[in-house]
Every structure is written in structure tokens, then in C-alpha cells.
Design a protein around this ligand. Structure first.
Ligand code: NAD
Length: 487
């Protein structure tokens, strides 16, 4: 089946998904298709009362289904069935996702959606393998650590990879025996609603997944501050993460996982395989047009190879062509909104005013929609706005170094520590630098996640607290209780 579709004829699930059914609601928040800038649909806004209804539905579903108390393999089985249906419905899901997001439909079925299904299966398998344990005591006592789910988990996700991020939140929370109230971004909400519909069709108890649509200050804040939401899992900007921490401090103390922004370096030594490094670097900044938390947006290269490497990267970035996300041949993403397009352009202009030279790109494409040219800025240092700020666009800065110490100093960002790339053939240097680089993920001689979901992802510094993926994400959805019995 072809994947291309008519953007004006695609049915969308417009509404909240509570108690296992779609509650149709009027779309009051303006939404634009990034590919052509046309107004489309509109996102409903759930108020605190609607969020409360979703939380009550989650609590009722936990009770009625005994989700936390069934044989754990039952949870595994149900989640596998959901993953199967996600794969079977991948084309519909991909189209809903592509219409209003930056994700080209041609990349979704085998990419984001296949990976999301796989990650749900990955977490499903923890349900009957991780649990409580006995601890050593004297023979007059019996000690154990009991592991339990939280109950209702609140999740809030960003717009940049909506289905994949929802799977990161829902998979571990549900496998661990919780129910979820999730708010997707108001810019890309409908694929997450459809994902929840598929869960119910696959046999998950209605009400276990509730999706409420709306903005951050109204709907997101009501979830984070709700007294019956026992844990919050957030992915988004550092500023919103800080607002959520403040909200939680004000309304009650509860655990939270925060996956926040980044400004990740890619450090290339002269002994690296230049062509391989160039490919990885270009791919990382072109992917989703740089709108990825882990975008490797700061190239830090040994002076002797700088010209050759930068030219090899530029060659791979020059020829991209914009195309709408609903055309299956499109590969290069639009920017999510006109506001974000202007912000990227403003930061590039500010960097130029501060002395940066624009080697390629540097402005929006002339084509319709919010597309920005792949851009390389040289002549920058850490005072440049392009080096300091998370641009969240296809903009790569270049800095050079002459020693390992200088490379490390340049790589260290005052605010962020999400990911880092390191390209070298020297094993000792690799280990040395991996010990010193302050980032939650380091990729060596590559720059991308693999499908090894056991590797957790999360930030150092203000890039976040806690992890998504891996065993850690599963365990973060359970709390532990120490029990000591006197015999
Ligand atoms: P954002 O922070 O503006 O919004 C993220 C989500 O939070 C949205 O659903 C939004 O409605 C909600 N929100 C905003 N303010 C809130 C508040 N006060 N209370 C509760 N909810 C609130 O981020 P965005 O523009 O959607 O996404 C881009 C950002 O996300 C970038 O900074 C990027 O680095 C980050 N991100 C991080 C990761 C990661 O794994 N670390 C992954 C993807 C994106």
C-alpha cells in the first residue's frame, strides 16, 4: 500500500480518550500543518475538571481490572497484543502522526512506529521478571523488599517524536502495573489518542490509558499537581521541567522523571574515520531537521582535519529538499511552527551578528511550509548564542581544538549534558574521555540510538533527572517497601 495521503481527507480522532472511549471535544487551540502552514483541526483543551475525570477513570480501571494484582504474565500478554495491533495499524497511525507533525510518513512505519511497538514489548517482558526480593537477616527475622506500582502515573510529552515518546512513557508504566493519564503536546496530539484507542481494541482494560489534550499551563499543570497522580514522567524543555518541579513542590511531593533539553557535542579527533564521522554528524543534525533532544549540534574537531571534515559534512547537508510530510518520498522535516522557524532564524542572525560565518544555509527555504535550510556556522565560541542555546533546528556549529584538554573544555556545556559523540581510533582515549564527559549518553564512532532498548537515556546537569528506556525506566515506575518480620 502506498503511504502518501491527501492531508485534507484524513479522519482524525479529535477529543480526549477517557475510560476507554473518545470524548469528542471542540479544537480550540490553533494548529497548523508544518508542511504547508495551513490551519487544521485545532486541539481541545482539558480543564482541571476533565483531568480529574481522567484520574478517576484511571483509578476505577485499576480497581476493576486488578491490573496490579493479576498474574504479571497477563500484563505482558496484553501489552504484546497491543504492540501487535500497533504494527497492524501502522499505516493509519503513521498518517495521523505525519499530518500535523514534522515526521515524514515514509519514515514512520518502519521507523518510529516499529520501534515504539518493539519498546512496548521490551517493557512488557519486565512484568514477570523484576519484582520483590528477600534480604539476608539473622535467623530470628525475615526481611524482604516488596516492590509495588505507584497507582496513577501522570505523563506529559513533547511534539517532536510523539508516538515514540508516548511508548517510552506508557510501556514501562503499564508493564509495572500502573494506570496512566497522559497529555501529549498540543501541537501533535492525535496520534497518541489513536495509540490509546488501539490499546483498548487490543484488549487492555478501558481506563488504564487516558489521554487528555490541552496546553501546559492548564492541562499539564493539572496532571502534575493532581493529588491522586503519584508519579510524574515528563519529556520536554528544561524551562517546562522546572515549572513542573515548582508545581510539584507547591502541591505535594512526588517522584518525577524529567527528560529535558540538550546541546550535545560531537568531538572528532584526527585519527577518526573522517567519512564515517561526516556521515554520522550530518545524519544527526538533519534528522527531524535538528528537532531532537539529542541532536549533535556542536561539532568540536581537531584543527588539522577541520577543513576536510567540515567539507565532508557540508557535502551531505547541501542537497536536502523539502517535501510535505504526507508525501512518502519526503525525507527532510519541516520545523514544527512558524514561531519556532522565526526563533531558529533569529538565533542564526544573532550568531552572525556576533561574528559567526555561515558556511551553508542560514535561512528558511523559499518553498511553502516551515522548512529551514541545513546550516553550518563557523567562527563561533562559547559566547555565541548558537553555541549556548538549544536551537532545536538544523544548525551545526563548528569549533576547533588542538589538545584533548581543550576538546573536553569545549565539549562541556554549562547547562546541558544529554548526549555526546566521540570519534577516534584510540581505545585508551575513548575510555579516558568517556569517564570525563558529563553526559547521560555517549556514542563512540556513531551518533544514534540503536534498537538496544536496554540502554537507558537521560540527562546530566539541566538535561534532566532519571531515565527513559532500560531497566531503570521500568523500576522508576515501581516503589519499594522494606518489610522485616520478627519470627
Ligand atoms: P515544551 O517543554 O514546550 O512542552 C513539552 C510538553 O510539556 C508539552 O506537552 C507541553 O504542553 C507541556 N508543558 C509545557 N509547560 C508545562 C507546564 N508548566 N506544566 C506541565 N506541562 C507543561 O517542549 P516542546 O517544545 O514540546 O519539545 C521540545 C523540547 O523537548 C526540547 O527542549 C527537547 O530537547 C526536549 N526533549 C527532550 C527529550 C529527552 O529525552 N531528553 C526528548 C524529546 C524532547
Amino acid at each position: 500500500m502506498g503511504l502518501s495521503f491527501d492531508p485534507d481527507a484524513l479522519p482524525l480522532p479529535i477529543g480526549h480518550f477517557i475510560g476507554g472511549r473518545l470524548i469528542a471535544a471542540e479544537g480550540t487551540i490553533d494548529m497548523r500543518r508544518p508542511s504547508d502552514g495551513h490551519a487544521h483541526a485545532g486541539c481541545p483543551l482539558a480543564d482541571a475538571e476533565m483531568v480529574d475525570q481522567a484520574v478517576e477513570s484511571a483509578k476505577a480501571a485499576l480497581k476493576a481490572s486488578n491490573w496490579a494484582g493479576v498474574r504479571p504474565r497477563e500484563r505482558t500478554r496484553a501489552l504484546h497484543a497491543w504492540a501487535d495491533l500497533i504494527e497492524a495499524e501502522a499505516v493509519t497511525l503513521a498518517r495521523i502522526e505525519a499530518l500535523l507533525s514534522t515526521r515524514p510518513v515514509g519514515l514512520l512505519v518502519a521507523g518510529d512506529i516499529a520501534v515504539a511497538a518493539e519498546q512496548i514489548r521490551f517493557f512488557a517482558e519486565f512484568a514477570d521478571k523484576e519484582g520483590s526480593g528477600l534480604v539476608p537477616t539473622d535467623d530470628q527475622s525475615f526481611g524482604m523488599i516488596m516492590s509495588e506500582p505507584y497507582g496513577v502515573v501522570g505523563a506529559i510529552t513533547p511534539w517532536n517524536v510523539p508516538v515514540a515518546t508516548a511508548a517510552w512513557k506508557l510501556g514501562p508504566a503499564l508493564a509495572a502495573g500502573n494506570a496512566v493519564v497522559l497529555k501529549p503536546s498540543e501541537m501533535t496530539p492525535f496520534s497518541t489518542v489513536y495509540l490509546a484507542e488501539l490499546a483498548v481494541r487490543a484488549g487492555l482494560p478501558p481506563g488504564l490509558i487516558n489521554i487528555v489534550l490541552g496546553d501546559g499551563p492548564t492541562t499539564g499543570a493539572a496532571i502534575a499537581g493532581h493529588p491522586d497522580v503519584s508519579k510524574v514522567s515528563f519529556t520536554g524543555s528544561t524551562a517546562a521541567g522546572a515549572a513542573i518541579m515548582a508545581n510539584i513542590a507547591r502541591t505535594g511531593i512526588k517522584p518525577m522523571t524529567l527528560e529535558l533539553g540538550g546541546k550535545s557535542p560531537q568531538i572528532v579527533f584526527a585519527d577518526a574515520d573522517i567519512e564515517r564521522a561526516a556521515s554520522a554528524i550530518a545524519t544527526s543534525i538533519l534528522a527531524n531537521a535538528g528537532q531532537a533532544c539529542v541532536a549533535g549540534s556542536r561539532l568540536i574537531v581537531e584543527a588539522g582535519i577541520a577543513d576536510a571534515l567540515v567539507e565532508a559534512v557540508a557535502m551531505r547537508m547541501r542537497d536536502v529538499r523539502p517535501g510535505p510530510t504526507w508525501d512518502e518520498t519526503s525525507r527532510y522535516s519541516p520545523i514544527i511552527s512558524e514561531r519556532q522557524l522565526r526563533r531558529i532564524d533569529g538565533l542564526v542572525e544573532a550568531a552572525a551578528a556576533a561574528g559567526a560565518e555561515c558556511l551553508i544555509g542560514g535561512r528558511p527555504f523559499d518553498e511553502t511550509g516551515y522548512f529551514y535550510q541545513p546550516t553550518i556556522l563557523t567562527g563561533v565560541d562559547r559566547s555565541s548564542p548558537a553555541v549556548r542555546e538549544e536551537i532545536f533546528g538544523p544548525v551545526l556549529t563548528v569549533e576547533t581544538f588542538r589538545s584533548e584538554e581543550e576538546a573536553l573544555a569545549l565539549a562541556d556545556h554549562p547547562t546541558y549534558g544529554l548526549a555526546a559523540g566521540l570519534y577516534t581510533a584510540d581505545l585508551s582515549r575513548t575510555i579516558r574521555l568517556c569517564r570525563q564527559i558529563q553526559a547521560g549518553t555517549i556514542w563512540v564512532n556513531r551518533y544514534s540510538r540503536s534498537r538496544d532498548h536496554i540502554l537507558p537515556t537521560g540527562g546530566y546537569k539541566r538535561s534532566g533527572i532519571g531515565k527513559d528506556l532500560g531497566r531503570e525506566a521500568y523500576l522508576a515506575n515501581r516503589k519499594s517497601k522494606s518489610v522485616l518480620i520478627g519470627l
